[in-house]
Write a protein that binds this ligand. Structure first.
Ligand code: ADP
Ligand code: MG
Length: 158
């Protein structure tokens, strides 16, 4: 099985396609950091843990904001690059109260939730995101995942 998959990179500015309006901001990882996911071919929604690392320029991110939090990640082929490049957007289930562009973010992907869907309404999309979050929280409850809930390793000892 491909999981766990660990990725890390500096959080990039995205296209601002309404993540925050939907109550669901998604932190974008740079393309290079997606290499570990190349063994995974299914686009869609994944779950796992994420951690934002501190940055001296941003004093707003301290304390519990620097802990490991549950996340849902949407992975797909970016139309901007004629669908050749995978892109990943990570929604962390924690209220940071601030942006963290330019911060290093570590992610451990632990499982797959569902394929990507096309939405005909905003309401339908919001309902599915809520469901994804509940599925993620329940899935992360498995004892085998507990070790990732406090620290995400830099690399896996295969
Ligand atoms: P963009 O298109 O730039 O990715 P979004 O509306 O998706 O814009 O917002 C993403 C940004 O919001 C992240 O890069 C991060 O700086 C910030 N952010 C704040 N809270 C969260 C959170 N809980 N999960 C993900 N990103 C968050
Ligand atoms: Mg985003």
């Amino acid at each position: 099985p491909p999981f766990p998959i660990i990725m890390s990179g500096v959080v990039q500015k995205g296209f601002g396609r309404g993540g925050k309006d939907l109550g669901c901001p998604t932190a974008n990882l740079p393309d290079e950091s997606l290499l570990p996911m190349s063994s995974v071919t299914s686009t869609g929604v994944y779950f796992g843990y994420a951690q934002v690392l501190p940055k001296t320029e941003n004093k707003a991110l301290l304390g519990e904001h620097l802990k490991v939090w549950p996340m849902v990640m949407s992975m797909g082929f970016n139309p901007f690059y004629s669908n050749k490049e995978l892109s990943a957007e990570v929604h962390i289930m924690h209220d940071y109260g601030t942006d963290f562009y330019g911060h290093e973010m570590k992610v451990v992907v632990l499982g797959y939730i569902r394929p990507e869907l096309d939405y005909t309404s905003r309401e339908a999309l919001i309902l599915d995101i809520d469901m994804d979050k509940r599925v993620a929280i329940r899935s992360l409850d498995r004892p085998a995942y507990e070790k990732y809930s406090t620290a995400i390793p830099d690399v896996l000892n295969a």
